[in-house]
Design a protein around this ligand. Structure first.
Ligand code: HEC
Ligand code: HEC
Length: 307
């Protein structure tokens, strides 16, 4: 993620690209002309106080300041600018990390000519300075997908997406959209209405290991964990408040501490005559649970094992 070797593109090629780009035909490129592209494709991760790598693309100052590794753009030298190299895929991973789709040719050309022109723009306060801080639902209030999406985007999607930092999404779990979060991967990670048995919640709390995000600490803060927990407890609703269906019959697997007969970390699970119990656990023991989701969102345990 550091500075890459300089200038692999011959200047002639760059010049040809510039000449062909629509923005080059216009008078002078201005930050205002590309701010929308950043807003739409980058700011979900590279915006705000907790921007990924400290790189804020939500204001001219932020772009000029660069990341914790240093500047990402050199005025007048797009070929040496990590910003340009990332959107073209010359440096990897290519940005936006959520791609494909990546930026289209015209958007790339506009950013390239803006850097080539010396990164001009009026240093007006960025949207973050003007917009009021995002309202977060207080405990007890309804939580919508759009309240939790920014947390997943900044802290989780970098690995849990196709072509993320780990190549394939770990355990097949993609976390980019609500549909993906609900679909889960090899198992479901979210049981709407049953946060305690949802592996996604258990992982961010550290009840199932390894704790997520895998690159923590820092892990999520208490407020972020509460928001995600409440969202799932409330049925993982979309932005119009519609609850997600319970994925009846889907497979789940998690580990935790047996806190009663039968509950794991305080969450009741259904153990029947058909449950296979290996190495019979006692209350206080660490256990692994495999099962399926029942019609009411409870976990029907197929196999319970002391760890
Ligand atoms: C899903 C979150 C996400 C999105 C969306 C995203 N990025 Fe990134 N970006 C990252 C992560 C994570 C890294 C660090 C990757 C690595 O290990 O190099 C990164 C690294 C970068 C870097 C390198 C910074 C440095 O100092 O090495 C640049 C430049 C960059 N992104 C620009 C962009 C641009 C431009 C967009 C939009 C077109 C974008 N990113 C969209 C997550 C994202
Ligand atoms: C640096 C990469 C990385 C980041 C960032 C990351 N994860 Fe993971 N995640 C992994 C890996 C690798 C695994 C598989 C680990 C294992 O269980 O051995 C995993 C596993 C999981 C699982 C278990 C899936 C299952 O079916 O067992 C869940 C749930 C999960 N992550 C959620 C999250 C959440 C939520 C975040 C953000 C708060 C997050 N992850 C951030 C790499 C990451």
């Amino acid at each position: 993620m550091s500075w890459w070797p300089h200038c692999l593109i011959p200047t002639a090629v760059t010049a040809a690209l510039l000449a062909a780009s629509p923005a080059a035909a216009q008078d002078t490129p201005d930050f205002a002309a590309i701010a929308g592209t950043f807003e739409e494709n980058c700011v979900a991760c590279h915006g705000g106080e907790d921007a990924v790598l400290g790189l804020r693309l939500d204001s001219l100052d932020g772009v000029k300041r660069g990341s914790e590794n240093g500047p990402v753009a050199v005025p007048g030298r797009p070929g040496e600018s990590e910003l340009v190299r990332r959107i073209k895929g010359i440096s990897e991973p290519r940005m936006p990390l959520t791609g494909p789709p990546f930026l289209d040719d015209a958007q790339i050309a506009d950013i390239e000519s803006w850097v080539a022109a010396g990164m001009p723009g009026t240093a007006a306060p960025g949207p973050e300075a003007v917009a009021p801080p995002r309202h977060r639902p207080a405990p007890g209030e309804s939580v919508a997908w759009s309240d939790v999406a920014p947390i997943l985007m900044k802290r989780c999607v970098k690995c849990h997406t196709d072509g993320g930092l780990r190549g394939r999404p770990p355990e097949g779990l993609r976390l980019k959209t609500r549909e993906m979060v609900l679909a889960g991967g090899e198992r479901v990670a979210v049981i709407p209405g049953n946060a305690g048995a949802s592996e996604l919640v258990r992982r961010i709390r550290g009840q199932s290991r390894p704790r997520m995000p895998l690159d923590g600490p820092p892990f999520l803060d208490g407020d972020e964990i509460r928001l995600i927990t409440d969202w799932i407890a409330q049925g993982a609703p979309d932005d119009s408040g519609r609850r997600a269906p319970v994925p009846v019959g889907a497979r789940v697997r998690f580990e935790g501490v047996l806190t009663g007969r039968w509950q794991v970390d305080g969450t009741p699970v259904t153990v029947t005559g058909g449950t296979r119990i290996d190495k019979p656990p006692r209350v206080g023991d660490g256990v692994e649970v495999r099962g399926t989701v029942g019609a009411d969102g409870s976990v029907l345990v197929q196999r319970l094992r002391r760890r």
